[in-house]
Write a protein that binds this ligand. Sequence first.
Ligand code: P6P
Length: 332
Amino acid sequence: MSNKDRLVTLDEFIIEQQNKIEDATGELSGLLRDIGLAAKIVNRDLRKAGLVDNILGDAEKTNIQGEEVKKLDEFANTILTKTLQNSGECAGIASEEEDEIVVFENRKRAKYVVLFDPLDGSSNIDVNATVGTIFSVFKRVTKLGENCTLEDFLQAGEKQAAAGYVIYGSSTMLVYTTGDGVNGFTLEPSIGEFCLSHPNIKTKKHALTYSVNQANYHSFSENIRKYIDYCMSSDGNKKLYSLRYIGSMVADFHRNLIKGGIYMYPATHKDKNGKLRLMYECNPLSFVQEQAGGKGTDGVRRILEIIPTELHQRTPVFVGSKEMVEHILENQ
Ligand code: P6P
């Protein structure tokens, strides 16, 4: 097998990337490998969810967002938290499923903190639709040797050390960036390894797919309605755009990353600041999208420049192909 045909595992790739950085200490590499491990465990149990008693359905509780927590949400949250706690490289986590940050008291010297949405789109689980895990990594700003604090988490997205997602779809993929491009890895079940399948992902500047919950149309601002009208228009008898909306941001985002398109969750009457969370959904996906040549905005500002004030704050989000996002910005 020639070198170019050899399977490159996620662990090998991470080490190769680390070797390119002179003063790399291997801590971020170790953290990324641990995230990959957590993803494999979540994937294993997600894939048999329909067969395992008592793991589907609601956990009879709601999270800080006031959303029903699915049992698999809770399970994924526990797996990610425990795996990162066992990692020597993580000082603490923030999660969509945790009201406050979780400080790892035994990891005072760890350099990084991780924020995640353990299972985004989980309302799709019971109908066997695609869901995902989204993660964001920051280097701590507080003194090593002491517990991490909220200050380590509330950093602008442009400070992220790494970000990415796992998509549990027809295959399971892990896609991430550390600021040097975007690479995608597909889980090879026969060896239990994520293998490089989508090197150096770049998103087309323009495409004919838009993702939005069109049922909210009358709740959007006039400019957003105008953009959707444009997408729905046709050139003579030739329809221009296609609407693709799965109800799982990771799934819509991933399709648009690979094929081009735009994902929109604007402010609505119900969600005046948008529905999606800045810290563990919009920041990481905007970082990935920018590294793939696209853009992420709240309609006015670059998502990655927003200075966060709250862990679970929401933001309107328009993320995807560069020219499609710019069309939104030019018409605000
Ligand atoms: P709506 C899932 O709850 C989520 O956070 C995203 O994954 C998804 O794109 C969006 O919300 C769906 O929201 O209001 O259209 O059902």
